[in-house]
Design a protein around this ligand. Structure first.
Ligand code: SF4
Length: 497
């Protein structure tokens, strides 16, 4: 079987897409589009469309194509994303530095990743007089609402950029695909194809730029826990062992940024941009103290206020910390702030909890996905909730089984959660959803404190289930703005603003 791959920006190897496979094989077999079409009973125009990613052959035709081109059907059908995932699992986990990152909202995959790609590309071509960006898949469907064109203009400034939205190309190696071109006058300097794979990480086909080391030898909760048990380590100690002591300075900087986002969100008022009429509510929630408020109500109100604060700040394009993404950035900070303040815990305890949460997020990122466009909101908010629940477990001094159970309960009860943000903005349902998940993380950890000895499902199984569920989820429920609340919002009667 012919194997051809492109190297990802983060060092991973990613199989190239169907259209490129077929073009490569046709040329290798010295066939014109017309000759291939004749052999498999279609027009040369049909072959051209396959190679341009505008359509896919039927399964019967694909079988003929595979036979003519001398490869197996499996070769074409093998899921590209699954291939990259298998390699991730094989190679181990990256540093927590690749998970927690400071960036500008509102979306890690739809604004942060593309902006990063644009800045890298611009630095590579200082002589360019014009840049051109073409957005595909989920980026094309929701990019306009998220002001992605403005984000790219800012990244390329002062060089002009034209932005095109291609919603027709269906065969994509990743749901968040974009192309960048650098022009000097009429001369094309270079073209990149980029995949924004979630959490602000990008992949540049065929152009290795930066390769984060996979510093952890383990990639499942089971293996990490058995290593920790064998060496008498807590999870934060395990993280320190592989990251080095410098990780505490890094996490400390991340917490400073996350705390600033909470403060900024709590002090802001008014309507968020985008035309939905969504008012900021964090400040109101924080100050809305009822005279006979009980402890539980107060907890819910404050945790929600902190989550609203960060999420609203993100929705307004403010600076946040991915935990693990922009869309889900309010959950971990809200829970960490509330629990450490309530228990009077030190910053050291908070950072250890952050490292614990990071390991949980890293397991999910390696074995499944943290991208809403890939696996729905279960991969973003569900993952953040699992991270926050594990953090609470660490703050409570739970043992490994209890922390695992807390993370498992938190993720399990987000299974199947779709991503359907109204008009592609990270506002409805995202902001409230962060608050609900933050409260749920505390409840999951509370349950784990009582029941961990009777648990039945390992965390790793729920991660696998989340991934399988996400891959089975119809594409329109994965950050395309084509289903769910995203479509019903505009067709149903709404509460007056
Ligand atoms: S619905 Fe969930 S996954 Fe989708 S944009 Fe909102 S927070 Fe992110």
């Amino acid at each position: 079987m012919v194997e051809f791959q492109c190297r990802l920006e983060n060092g991973e190897v990613f199989s190239v897409e169907f259209s490129e496979k077929i073009r490569f094989l046709r040329k290798k077999n010295r066939l014109s589009q017309e000759e291939l079409g004749r052999k498999v009973g279609v027009s040369n125009r049909a072959v051209s469309k396959w190679e341009n990613g505008q359509s896919l052959p039927s399964t019967d035709t694909l079988l003929s194509v595979a036979t003519v081109l001398g490869v197996t059907l499996d070769y074409f059908l093998k899921n590209e994303i699954a291939t990259a995932r298998e390699r991730r699992i094989e190679e181990g986990m990256e540093s927590l530095r690749e998970l927690y990152k400071i960036g500008k909202g509102p979306s890690s995959s739809h604004t942060m990743g593309p902006a990063k790609a644009a800045q890298l590309f611009r630095r590579k071509h200082p002589e360019a007089t014009l840049f051109r960006a073409v957005l595909f898949g989920s980026l094309a469907k929701t990019g306009a609402e998220l002001s992605l064109d403005a984000c790219l203009e800012e990244s390329f400034h002062p060089i002009p950029v034209t932005v095109a939205y291609d919603r027709e190309r269906l065969a994509l190696p990743h749901p968040n695909t974009m192309q960048l071109e650098a022009w000097e006058g009429h001369r094309l300097l270079e073209r990149w194809e980029i995949y924004s794979v979630g959490g602000g990480s990008i992949v540049i086909a065929g152009h290795p730029v930066f390769k984060p080391r996979r510093i952890y030898p383990h990639n499942s909760f089971r293996d990490i826990a058995s290593y920790c048990k064998a060496h008498g380590l807590r999870l934060w100690q395990y993280a320190e062992r592989y990251e080095g002591r410098e990780i505490w300075d890094y996490l400390s900087a991340m917490w400073d940024a996350a705390e600033s986002a909470i403060e900024a969100g709590l002090s802001a008022e008014g309507e968020l941009f985008g035309g939905l009429g969504v008012q900021r509510r964090a400040k109101k929630l924080c100050s809305l103290r009822h005279p006979d408020e009980n402890a539980q109500t107060r907890e819910n109100r404050l945790v929600s206020a902190y989550a609203f604060a960060v999420s609203e700040h993100n929705a307004a394009g403010g600076t946040i910390v991915t935990a693990p993404t922009c869309g889900a950035c309010g959950i971990v900070p809200a829970v960490l702030k509330y629990v450490t303040e309530e228990k009077g815990l030190s910053r050291t305890a908070l950072l250890r909890a952050m490292a614990t949460a990071g390991l949980v997020g890293n397991i999910i990122k390696t074995r499944a996905s943290i991208s809403g466009a890939e696996c729905g909101c279960q991969a973003e908010v569900g993952s953040a909730c699992a991270m926050a629940a594990a953090a609470v477990g660490e703050l409570h001094g739970y043992d490994l089984d209890q922390i695992e159970y807390a993370a498992e309960v938190a993720l399990e009860h987000h299974l199947g959660l779709t991503c359907d943000p109204v008009r592609g903005l990270v506002q409805i349902p995202c902001i409230e959803r962060n608050a609900v998940a933050a409260m749920r993380a505390i409840h999951a950890a509370s349950l784990a404190g009582f029941l961990a000895d009777s648990r039945k499902i390992p965390f790793d199984s729920v991660v696998e289930t989340m991934y399988q569920t996400g891959r089975d989820m119809p594409r329109r429920y994965r950050e395309t703005g084509e289903a769910g609340l995203a479509t019903l919002y505009d067709s149903n009667e709404r509460i007056p603003l």
